[in-house]
Design a protein around this ligand. Structure first.
Ligand code: AHR
Length: 506
């Protein structure tokens, strides 16, 4: 019997909803066809946004959306995407497949999408090929409420009121597609540029995100902070981190989303678990500059990256999504929760039809991937208080690839309910757990589980082959504050527990 201890008396941090954020880039069929089909499409839409996709995203309570890239952002000129659509410039999406971009989805459309989703906005500026003036004008265009040339241009284009820009990224991957810069150079450029990213309305400050490291490039974090960190905390609200899960840890051997071995399954999860090591490593550097943890670690690109689905354009990064992806998602979200003192936002790459998508579309058809279900189960953690918890994990895997078998995180929501999420990576063993909630009586438990073979996935013909199902605990010992339950192999589990304090009622 695996022992689990939850201590509701110790709240160890606040879980920002934004750690369950998403990312939408002008890449392949993410924006066009995946989200935006235009007002005239036969696919049901509201102001051009697919209604089925918007509904599915609302169900997982998308808290924030990052746009327009990615590497696309490093070449994006926002003025190409405003004004009458027929007059918008046709540009080339040089980074992703050389497609002609008609710019029919621009700033106004992104803001409309976020309105429909009811989510926060995260805009990524172009520090790669754009100018600081261009970036500053974009912020003015979006957020200035008075009369200025940019704000009036916004009005001419049909939007009277300013929008809220909750987060603004100053560059993307500037160590790579964003300009191949050295960290000292980027740090200086960041200092300069952030000066002109103004918060025009005190009630709605624009939080500035600096471009952080690629995986374990600790040197980048160190040098950028050394150059750009300001002890008054005025310069920077967040520092990003990008880390993709590739099965062998090597880009040359990524394998396919559907066709993989048990060994590749465990190797993939071993790579996913590295996220914790990276948070601790970069976090330790951040702690030296920012011991009060005011600067958020913003993991604004994470997820699996396999070879593109055979028969699809390799530049479109379209991949299917299985239980292996669901485990990767569950593991990451548990890690983000556990480190909510530092991790303030994370954005899965990417929301529709690209990499580890929560939704796939084909013409007018749409399916929810196993990863979507994980977000659906974990949404209860959003805005919760992390509780101290411990799970006695063992090991699973194969001879040359042993990994911890389970991960967990526990929070208390605003109504006082305890939310538990657990992953079991083992492909063969279910795990019987005895969970003890110290100082509490257990009144009721309900939950759902997502369990299937490692390759289990949904198709457009069978869109509900893998889905979350109702789950019952084996036994409750209410007075003792104990729950006994079994976690199936290759699964993700969510339990919601109603409790009362043992000192409240005798
Ligand atoms: O998400 C796909 C790409 O991965 C993004 O455009 C880029 O930032 C990263 O390298």
């Amino acid at each position: 019997m695996v022992k689990m201890v939850i201590n509701p008396a110790r709240r160890t941090g606040h879980i920002c909803p934004e750690v369950q954020g998403h990312f939408a880039e002008h890449l392949g069929r993410c924006i066009y066809n995946g989200i935006y089909v235009g007002e005239k499409s036969h696919i049901p839409n509201v102001n051009g946004m697919r209604s089925d996709v918007v509904e599915a995203l609302k169900e997982i309570h998308v808290p924030v959306l990052r746009w327009p890239g990615g590497c696309f952002a490093d070449e994006y000129h926002w003025k190409d995407g405003i004004g009458p659509k027929e007059k918008r410039k046709r540009t080339i999406n040089t980074h992703w497949g050389g497609e002609v971009e008609d710019n029919s989805f621009g700033t106004h459309e992104f803001m409309e999408l976020c309105r429909q989703l009811g989510c926060k906005t995260y805009i990524n500026g172009n520090l790669g090929s754009g100018t600081i003036e261009e970036m500053a004008q974009w912020v003015e265009y979006m957020t200035f409420e008075g009369h200025s040339s940019m704000a009036d241009l916004r009005r001419e284009n049909g939007r009277q009121e300013p929008w809220n820009v909750d987060y603004f990224g100053i560059g993307n991957e500037n160590w790579g597609c964003g300009g191949n810069m050295r960290p000292e150079y980027y740090g200086d450029l960041y200092r300069q540029c952030q000066t002109f990213i103004r918060s025009y309305r005190r009630s709605h400050p624009v939080r500035k995100i600096a471009c952080g490291a690629n995986g374990e490039d600790y040197q980048w974090t160190e040098k950028v902070l050394e150059t750009a960190f300001d002890h008054g905390y005025g310069y920077m609200n967040g520092l990003s981190l990008h880390f993709y899960t590739v099965p062998s840890g090597k880009w040359g051997r990524r394998g396919f989303a559907l066709d993989f071995t048990e060994q590749q399954y465990y190797q993939t999860l071993r790579e996913a678990l590295k996220m914790e090591e990276l948070i601790l490593g970069h976090g330790a550097i951040m702690d030296r500059y920012d011991p009060e943890k005011k600067i958020g670690m913003i993991v604004d690109e994470w997820g699996t990256w396999f070879e593109a689905e055979p028969g699809t354009n390799p530049g479109f990064l379209f991949q299917q999504n299985t239980m292996r992806d669901a485990l990767v998602a569950g593991i990451h979200l548990n890690i983000f929760n556990k480190h909510c003192d530092r991790v303030k936002m994370a954005n899965l790459a990417q929301v529709v039809n690209v990499l580890q998508a929560v939704i796939l579309t084909e013409g007018e058809r749409m399916l929810k991937t196993p990863t979507w279900y994980v977000f659906h189960m974990y949404r209860y953690h959003q805005d919760g208080e992390l509780l101290e918890s411990f799970l006695e994990t063992g090991e699973t895997g194969m001879e040359d690839c042993r990994i911890p078998d389970m991960t967990e995180s526990v929070s208390e929501d605003r109504e006082g309910k305890i939310q538990i999420t657990i992953t079991n990576a083992s492909l063969s063993e279910s795990k019987a757990v005895e969970a003890a909630l110290t100082g509490r009586r257990v009144k009721a438990v309900k939950g759902t589980a997502l369990a299937a073979d490692m390759g289990g996935h949904n198709t457009f013909d069978e869109p509900e082959r893998v889905k979350e199902r109702e789950y019952q605990a084996d036994r409750i010992a209410g007075e003792e504050g104990k729950i006994f339950f079994t976690v199936p192999p290759c699964s993700v589990l969510h339990l919601e527990v109603e409790t009362e304090s043992t000192t409240d009622k005798e």
